[in-house]
Design a protein around this ligand. Structure first.
Ligand SMILES: Nc1nc2c(ncn2[C@@H]2O[C@H](COP(=O)(O)OP(=O)(O)OP(=O)(O)O)[C@@H](O)[C@H]2O)c(=O)[nH]1
Ligand SMILES: [Mg+2]
Length: 298
């Protein structure tokens, strides 16, 4: 770096917001790679997931978080909310996502938790869904008046609108630091985790509302050579009655989900994949701390 170039910036940037507001889609769009799964169902993300973007002038360490919610109790939901509050305490910049034109009591609750210690940028998400753009001005002014936001940026992750503007705005507020990670680092999550998540994503996307919340995926077998990978994954459900729903008639439903997951995994690993998926019942696992730990939840 020459004497005259501006100092390099690097820091942690959390994405927080109510379930389904578009945090994971935005994380993936900002770094340009899929590190976090997405679906139209609320509470898709369950872990803190890091995604790194390295530019010439700055390195952004994004931290995608579970949707913060105030409606459900249970060990799993408490754990997910805890991830949000712990992440907020530990970052340089916060992206507070609010869906353009929609303000809810959950947004209000999260607003109360925003730290004074970090720079908070108000991000209005899914602007492509708003037909009357003019209506966004009063909405934006009203939300912007509720907190000392460092900036307000409307975006559409799906249409890639305003993403560079958002990155430039974030970069201004990152501390001066040398990059924390190698340039080719994309996430801190091991590839096995990403594979389990891709399978969970298909379940979230392809089954009805009653099932995904009591479901998790464990990788039980992994054989990989240069040319090929053979993976065995177990889907844990919390009720006997969930097994036939997941499998579908003659296993057709599960077969479809496994096929879609296998295609994504083959792309991720860049080689052909043989994927076997089976189902086990573990009653009430989402309410037990010990099961959460056993299945890799923090
Ligand atoms: N039209 C439109 N849809 C979007 C946009 N961003 C996200 N979505 C959709 O909104 C839904 C939720 O997106 P996610 O990225 O999974 O939301 P999230 O905030 O991570 O949700 P949780 O992990 O459940 O808290 C998905 O169906 C996305 O395709 C956007 O910019 N425009
Ligand atoms: Mg998410």
């Amino acid at each position: 770096m020459s004497q005259t170039s501006p100092p390099y910036r690097c820091g942690y940037v959390a994405l927080v917001g109510r379930p389904n507001v578009g945090k994971s889609t935005l994380t993936n769009a900002l770094i340009g790679t899929k590190v976090s799964i997405t679906s139209s169902k609320a509470q898709t993300t369950r872990h803190r997931i890091m995604g790194v973007l390295t530019r010439d002038d700055a390195q952004f360490v994004f931290v995608d978080t579970p949707g913060f919610q105030t409606r459900h109790g249970g060990a799993m939901n408490k754990m997910m909310n805890r991830v949000v509050s712990q992440t907020l305490a530990d970052v340089d910049v916060v992206l507070f996502l609010v869906q353009a034109g929609q303000w809810t009591t959950t947004d209000e609750a999260l607003l109360q938790m925003l730290p004074q210690s970090a720079k908070v940028i108000l991000v209005l998400s899914k602007t492509d869904t708003v037909k009357d753009k003019g209506s966004l001005f009063p909405f934006t002014a009203e939300v912007a008046a509720r907190f000392n936001f460092a900036a307000v940026v409307p975006v559409s992750a799906v249409k890639s609108r305003q993403l560079d503007e958002l990155l430039d705005e974030i970069a201004k507020h990152l501390p001066e630091n040398e990059p924390y990670f190698e340039q080719d680092m994309l996430t801190d999550r091991p590839v096995r985790f990403l594979v389990a998540e891709l399978i969970r994503e298909k379940i979230f996307r392809m089954v009805g509302d009653e099932l995904p919340y009591g479901t998790t995926v464990i990788i039980e077998q992994w054989d990989e050579s240069d040319a090929h990978a053979s993976i065995g994954a177990c889907v844990i459900v919390q009720r006997d009655s969930h097994r036939p729903i997941l499998l579908g008639a003659k296993g057709a439903h599960m077969k479809r989900m496994a096929t879609e997951a296998r295609q994504d995994i083959a792309k991720l690993l860049d080689k052909p994949v043989h994927l076997e998926v089976y189902v086990k019942v573990k009653k009430g696992w989402t309410d037990r701390q010990s099961s959460l730990r056993e299945f890799g939840y923090e």
